[in-house]
Design a binder for this molecule. Structure first.
Ligand SMILES: [Zn+2]
Length: 123
């Protein structure tokens, strides 16, 4: 099963956690807060938000932040991912994050697509 494309909608727990962590993002430059929640193969959820820096490339995407938390906890396999941005538009991981997600995808040959939360449009 491709990462982030399990059957059905994301759980209310994942959606709520993504919304909560998104509200804590540090995004004074883009003003676009993002929250990411990953489900590890161990069943635990790992959340991260984007943390920007005035030295632009030094910022951290929400997905990478969540992966760092997951790896620090000893988990190295992602079975589900949810990425949420503010507003009514769908967001997708940047190229770097897609590579990060693929690195830890439970099925490494899978498409690291990440599904949006319900009620998001396309961007
Ligand atoms: Zn990214």
């Amino acid at each position: 099963m491709p990462i982030g494309v399990p059957s059905g909608l994301p759980s209310a727990e994942m959606t709520g956690l993504a919304r909560e962590v998104m509200s804590r993002a540090y995004a004074p430059y883009s003003r676009f807060r993002v929250g990411a929640v990953l489900r590890g193969a161990n069943g635990k959820l790992y959340a991260g938000c984007n943390v920007e820096n005035s030295a632009y490339p030094q910022g951290t995407c929400a997905e990478v932040a969540a992966i760092a938390v997951m790896v620090a906890d000893g988990e190295r396999r992602i079975v589900e991912a949810l990425v949420m941005g503010e507003g009514d538009v769908l967001i997708a991981p940047c190229g770097g994050c897609r590579q990060h997600l693929r690195e830890f995808a439970a099925d490494r040959g899978a498409d690291p697509s990440v599904r949006p939360p319900p009620a998001c449009g396309a961007r």
